[in-house]
Design a protein around this ligand. Structure first.
Ligand SMILES: C[S@@+](CC[C@H](N)C(=O)[O-])C[C@H]1O[C@@H](n2cnc3c(N)ncnc32)[C@H](O)[C@@H]1O
Length: 279
């Protein structure tokens, strides 16, 4: 197909949750930049600021201490920002992530720091452990990037993996994140070694609003060899009520919700929402 026609096809508003042609977390080039972002202490691109993670881990420990909740699993653990800290607190930790690069880094870090952590490269949508864990975490608003169907799938997978009384701690964005944000279409030419591609390319970027709760950031990339790719980052945001409704379908009970994953009191103005659920 001609480049123009490919761009024309991708430039149409996609169906809700339609996937892009490139995988944000698995692409060999993008995963390098992602790893750097995870490890950068003050950047909020892939993980939160490291000072936030320190407080978050203390908060998780206060909710589900390792003496009563010894077995913990981190869904989408990345290079181990949470898992390493939680292992140091005394939990038996499993970390699963789809990024080979992140898991390779996490494994090396664990060896160097004498930490025993069970790291697995895998898709959490296909996770099928049964009643093994006391705590599950899914942190930095990863739940909201999933389609309606995939969210139900991961909730069921986590529910199955938890023991009775086990807890899930996870966060999402709220519609407050998007107050004042409008649809945009803009473009730039990325130099060599850009975030999405190694070679120079044109990026047509758009932010599309589907409804109050569903937003899309789309990056249409055209390189010098006329290769056209598209990256789509969906975000489904939630109020406490919509999240309670969704999670109750799977049989979880809500123990409480907060403004963020370090236990700040929930306020109407919060841009994030962190919920604790119990099986
Ligand atoms: C926003 S990052 C958050 C990482 C980590 N939770 C943190 O806060 O540092 C999302 C992570 O989820 C992983 N991920 C995305 N989709 C996944 C999937 N289907 N299965 C497993 N991991 C996935 C990505 O590779 C990435 O490491």
């Amino acid at each position: 197909m001609k480049v123009f026609n490919q761009i024309q096809a991708y430039a149409k508003r996609p169906e809700i949750y339609e996937e892009g042609s490139m995988k944000l977390w698995e692409d060999p080039h993008i995963s390098k930049g992602m790893l750097e972002a995870h490890l950068s202490p003050d950047e909020e691109g892939a993980s939160r600021e490291h000072s936030f993670i320190d407080s978050s881990v203390d908060w998780i420990e206060s909710i589900a201490p390792p003496n009563t909740h010894p077995n913990l699993i981190d869904f989408g653990c990345g290079p181990g920002m949470y898992t390493s800290r939680l292992a140091k607190k005394g939990y038996n930790v499993v970390g699963i992530d789809i990024s080979k690069r992140s898991i390779a880094y996490a494994k090396d870090y664990a060896i160097l720091n004498d930490l025993t952590i069970d790291y697995r490269v895998g898709n959490y949508l296909e996770f099928n452990d049964v009643e093994k864990y006391d705590v599950a975490i899914l942190i930095y608003c990863d739940y909201g990037v999933l389609s309606d169907e995939a969210r139900l799938k991961i909730l069921n997978n986590i529910h199955r993996a938890l023991k009775l009384g086990g807890k899930l701690i996870f966060d999402v964005f709220t519609p407050r994140k998007y107050v004042g944000i409008k649809e945009i279409k803009e473009w730039y030419i990325s130099g060599e070694n850009g975030f999405f591609k190694r070679d120079e390319h044109l990026c047509l970027k758009s932010h599309l609003i589907y409804n109050e709760f569903v937003h899309l950031d789309q990056y249409l990339l055209i390189d010098q060899k006329d290769q056209v790719d598209v990256i789509r980052v969906w975000d489904h945001c939630f109020t406490p009520e919509t999240l309670l409704h969704e999670t109750a379908q799977v049989g979880f009970e809500c123990l409480g919700y907060f403004s963020d994953a370090k236990g700040m009191l929930y306020e109407e103005s919060s841009k994030t929402l962190c919920m604790i659920l119990e099986k």
